[in-house]
Design a protein around this ligand. Structure first.
Ligand code: AMP
Length: 282
């Protein structure tokens, strides 16, 4: 089934109005397009749980840190619509920049605390951009449920906090990270990796797994961390922004998994920033 592509708020509202009136569940899956199986797993989760599903595709300029990154971001709308056909989603919402941010737009949604660490430090303004656009997508779609990937775990927690703090009546569901056969977390940015870099890219995930195994065996995090950084450098990762153990709920820095925790990493390979995270035993 080919889903209608809607490009403005009025058309989106016209679609969802009868669903809202009928008290139906509406799932929203916010994406920036260049859809891969990770995105599609969120769509499948939304379809399994909700009576109606809206997929949004918007390359949100406010969450990019450099004009180059925004310009290089892959855009594949026709292909994306084709990939969504088999899921039978009810609408694909593809707003233009001036639909989301018309002239005079002046509001920023800023979540404190959770954004003081990791990508909040290395990508200034990124989470404000995310929280602002997601708050708008939630209210525009009037969804009852939203589906986000654990691949971007910090983002997931920021979105949960934002929806709770702004009293937006929506349940935010976290979905597991989908990986390539070699372990690399699927990401639209993987398209930017050269063939050579693509072969090395799964090493980041392998190092996270080694640390998780080491922690389970009782090794100190600091030791596991320094050997992982050394191996990443040897493999060609030029800079690791962070490689940290943090609590799931408030993202507090931990030295040992004394409560539910994850390992988080962001590292650069051949000019591409790769992020990943995995759960550890607590
Ligand atoms: P993006 O298009 O990168 O903004 O991602 C849209 C949504 O897809 C976010 O909730 C991401 O966390 C999620 N996502 C991206 N990659 C994956 C993946 N490999 N597995 C699961 N979810 C993912």
């Amino acid at each position: 089934m080919i889903a209608p592509i809607v490009r403005d708020i009025a058309a989106l509202r016209a679609q969802s109005e009868p669903w809202v009136r009928a008290g139906a569940s509406i799932g929203v899956v916010p994406t920036m397009g260049a859809l891969h199986d990770g995105h599609l797993s969120l769509v499948a989760a939304a379809k399994a749980r909700c009576e109606h599903v809206i997929v949004t595709i918007f390359v949100n300029p406010k969450q990019f840190n450099t004009p180059e990154d925004l310009a290089n971001y892959p855009r594949t709308e026709g292909e994306d619509a084709r990939k969504l056909e088999r899921f039978g989603v009810d609408a694909i919402y593809v707003p233009d920049g001036d639909v989301m941010y018309p002239e005079g737009f002046s509001t920023t949604v800023s979540v404190t605390g959770l954004t003081d660490v990791m990508d909040g430090i290395y990508r200034p303004g990124h989470f404000e951009g995310v929280a602002t656009v997601v708050a708008k997508l939630f209210t525009q779609s009037r969804a009852t449920d939203a589906f986000f990937g654990e691949k971007d775990f910090q983002q997931l927690q920021v979105v949960r906090r934002m929806a709770c703090d702004l009293d937006i009546p929506i349940t935010v569901h976290g979905c597991p990270t989908i990986r390539e056969m070699d372990g690399l977390a699927m990401s639209s940015r993987n398209l930017l990796l050269s063939d050579r870099a693509r072969i090395k890219a799964p090493i980041l995930f392998e190092e996270l797994e080694k640390i998780a195994d080491g922690l389970a065996a009782g090794a100190p995090f600091a030791d596991l961390h320094s050997s992982a950084i050394a191996r990443l450098e040897k493999a060609g990762f030029t800079k690791t922004d962070y490689l940290e153990l943090r609590a799931n709920d408030d993202l507090a820095l931990l030295e040992a998994p004394t409560r539910p925790a994850r390992l988080f990493a962001a590292s650069w390979l051949a000019g591409v920033r790769i992020i990943d995270n995995i759960a550890v035993e607590s």
